[in-house]
Design a protein around this ligand. Structure first.
Ligand SMILES: Cc1cc2nc3c(=O)[nH]c(=O)nc-3n(C[C@H](O)[C@H](O)[C@H](O)COP(=O)(O)OP(=O)(O)OC[C@H]3O[C@@H](n4cnc5c(N)ncnc54)[C@H](O)[C@@H]3O)c2cc1C
Length: 338
C-alpha cells in the first residue's frame, strides 16, 4: 500500500472540481484497506471512501485519507433453475458490470444500464432509474466496519433501502462496502417497461416483444440523449432528490399550479424536482461557471470546466431558496457534499 501526500482529487470527481486530499491511497484488496485504516487511526485522520466520484461534490480540501477503492472481480453461483447470484467487487465499474450480466442474459439490472460509478457504491443510495432500484435484485453485500474492523454481511432488510437512501447513507463513513451480490434471473425474466419513455424508445426501435438486451439498449439510448456525459461536461447526475410531500399540500399546490405533476408514493406524493426547478426559471440558467443542464434542469453542470465546488454548492443553494419561496417545498441535495 502506497500513501501519497497532498494529491489533487480533480481526476476523481465527475464534477471535475479542484480539491486536495492531504493523504491519498489506492486499494486493491482487503489487507491493503486494513493497512490504510491503520495508517488513518495512527495519524488520527478521517477516511473518505472514493468510487467513481460521480455522486460527490468537494467544496473544500479533504484533510484526511482519501481511499480510492479498486478491488476487482465478478463471481457467480447458480442457485436454482431460474436464478444466479452474481457478486461484484466494490471497484468494478457499474455499467460494465451490468453490461456483462445483460450479455450473459442475466435479468434484473438492465434498467440500471449506464449509471456512472462503481458497483460498491450502488447500495449507498440504492441507485435507481426507469422504475427499478438495486433493492429489486439485491441479495446481500459484504462490508468492513471501520470502527470494529470486522467484516459483516448486510441482507436486504439490514440495508433499509429507501428512495435514494440506505442504512449506509445514514451512517456515512462507518462501513466500507467491499462487494455486492445480486439475485438475477437466467430465463424467466421480469421485464420492467412501466416507464413511458422506455415503451416509446422500444416502439422507435420497432420492438414489440423486448428482451433484457433490448431494454438495456433503450435505456442507454434514452440516457445518452438526455444526460450530459461527465467526460465532456462536469456533473453528478441529478443534484437533488425528488421531494415527497403530503397529499393535502399537493392538492393546495395543484389548485394554484394545475400542471404540477405528482406520483402517489404510499400515502404521499412525489414531485419531479426537475419540474419545480424548471418552472422556477432555472432551466439552462448560468451564473458564472455553473449552470443547470439545458435538457434536464435537475442536473447541475460545471459549465465552463472552471467551477469550484463552492460555486456549485452556492448555485444549488439559490435553487433551493427559489423553489422553497415559490412552492413551499424544501429540496434536498442527493449529491454527497464534502
Ligand atoms: C451523468 C450521471 C447520471 C447519473 N444517473 C443516476 C441515476 O440514474 N440513478 C442514480 O441513482 N444515480 C445516478 N447518478 C449518481 C451516481 O452515478 C451514483 O450515485 C453512483 O452509485 C455513485 O457511485 P460512485 O462510485 O461514483 O460514488 P462516489 O461519488 O465515489 O461516492 C459517493 C458516496 O459514497 C461513498 N462511497 C463510495 N464508495 C463506497 C464504498 N465502497 N463503501 C462505502 N461508501 C462508499 C463516498 O464516500 C461518497 O459519500 C448519476 C451520476 C451521473 C454523473
Amino acid at each position: 500500500m502506497h500513501i501519497e501526500k497532498n494529491i489533487s482529487l480533480k481526476p476523481y470527481n465527475t464534477f471535475g472540481v479542484e480539491a486536495k486530499a492531504s493523504f491519498f491511497t489506492q486499494i486493491e484488496n482487503i489487507p491493503q484497506l486494513q493497512q490504510a485504516l491503520d495508517f488513518a487511526t495512527e495519524h488520527k485522520l478521517p477516511v473518505l471512501a472514493l468510487g467513481g466520484g460521480s455522486n460527490i461534490l468537494f467544496t473544500r480540501d479533504f484533510d484526511g485519507l482519501a481511499v480510492l477503492l479498486r478491488m476487482k472481480g465478478i463471481t457467480e453461483t447458480f442457485v436454482d433453475d431460474n436464478h444466479v447470484l452474481v457478486t461484484a467487487s466494490a471497484g468494478e465499474n457499474w455499467h460494465q458490470f451490468v453490461s456483462s450480466c445483460v450479455e450473459k442474459n442475466y435479468g434484473g439490472l438492465e434498467n440500471l444500464s449506464l449509471i456512472p460509478g462503481n458497483a460498491g457504491t450502488a447500495p449507498m443510495q440504492n441507485i435507481g432509474a426507469y422504475g427499478t432500484e438495486i433493492k429489486d435484485a439485491f441479495a446481500h453485500c459484504k462490508v468492513l466496519n471501520t470502527e470494529t474492523r470486522e467484516l459483516e454481511t448486510f441482507t436486504l432488510e439490514d440495508c433499509c433501502f429507501g428512495y435514494r437512501d440506505s442504512f449506509f447513507k445514514k451512517h456515512k463513513g462507518k462501513y466500507i462496502i467491499l462487494e455486492v451480490t445480486f439475485r438475477l434471473t437466467t430465463h424467466n425474466h421480469h421485464l420492467n417497461t412501466e416507464y413511458g419513455v422506455i415503451r416509446s424508445e422500444l416502439a422507435k426501435m420497432n420492438i414489440t416483444e423486448p428482451t433484457i438486451q433490448d431494454i438495456a439498449k433503450a435505456v442507454i439510448s434514452i440516457r445518452q440523449s438526455k444526460l450530459p456525459d461527465p467526460k465532456v461536461t462536469g456533473n453528478a447526475g441529478s443534484f437533488f432528490k425528488n421531494p415527497v410531500i403530503p397529499a393535502t399540500q399537493f392538492e393546495g399546490l395543484k389548485s394554484k399550479y394545475p400542471d404540477i405533476p405528482g406520483y402517489m408514493q404510499h400515502d404521499a406524493i412525489k414531485i419531479p424536482a426537475g419540474w419545480l426547478i424548471e418552472h422556477s426559471g432555472w432551466k439552462g440558467k448560468q451564473i458564472g461557471n455553473v449552470a443547470t443542464h439545458a435538457h434536464q434542469a435537475l442536473v447541475i453542470i460545471n459549465a465552463t470546466g472552471n467551477a469550484t465546488g463552492r460555486e456549485i454548492y452556492d448555485f444549488s443553494g439559490q435553487i433551493i431558496d427559489t423553489v422553497r419561496y415559490l412552492y413551499g417545498i424544501q429540496l434536498e441535495r442527493e449529491v454527497n457534499i464534502i
